[in-house]
Design a protein around this ligand. Structure first.
Ligand SMILES: C[C@H](O)[C@H](O)[C@H]1CNC2=NC(N)=NC(=O)C2=N1
Length: 93
């Protein structure tokens, strides 16, 4: 998939259909809060498999039940369609 940096307008347009995601420090951002660590870890394991399939990987953090996910395309130095493709797949989990 082409990894061309998207413009601010293109990003804004795409975010309309991803209401749970926002922008933080020029990256797509979403956070999750699970009751237990093992639920959070299970979610992260599923995301890891998606990332491997798409060969597109998140920048993320985990603190007990909380998971924070940032998506950007390192090869392009910004947000590309690859980030939105992974975000959409994560939203389907
Ligand atoms: C060599 C490998 O295909 C590249 O480094 C992939 C791996 N995963 C990636 N993940 C993200 N977020 N951005 C990239 O540019 C990227 N590139």
């Amino acid at each position: 998939m082409q990894a061309e940096k998207l413009t601010a307008d293109e990003i804004e347009q795409r975010l309309v259909s991803l209401p749970e995601w926002g922008l933080d420090r020029h990256k797509l951002y979403r956070h999750y809060v699970y009751t237990t660590f093992i639920e959070a870890w299970g979610f992260m394991s599923q995301v890891a498999l998606l990332a491997e399939v798409q060969n597109h990987h998140p920048e993320w953090s985990n603190s007990y039940g909380r998971v924070e996910i940032y998506l950007t395309t390192h090869d392009a130095g910004g947000i590309t369609e690859r980030d939105f493709k992974l975000a959409r797949a994560i939203d389907l989990l």
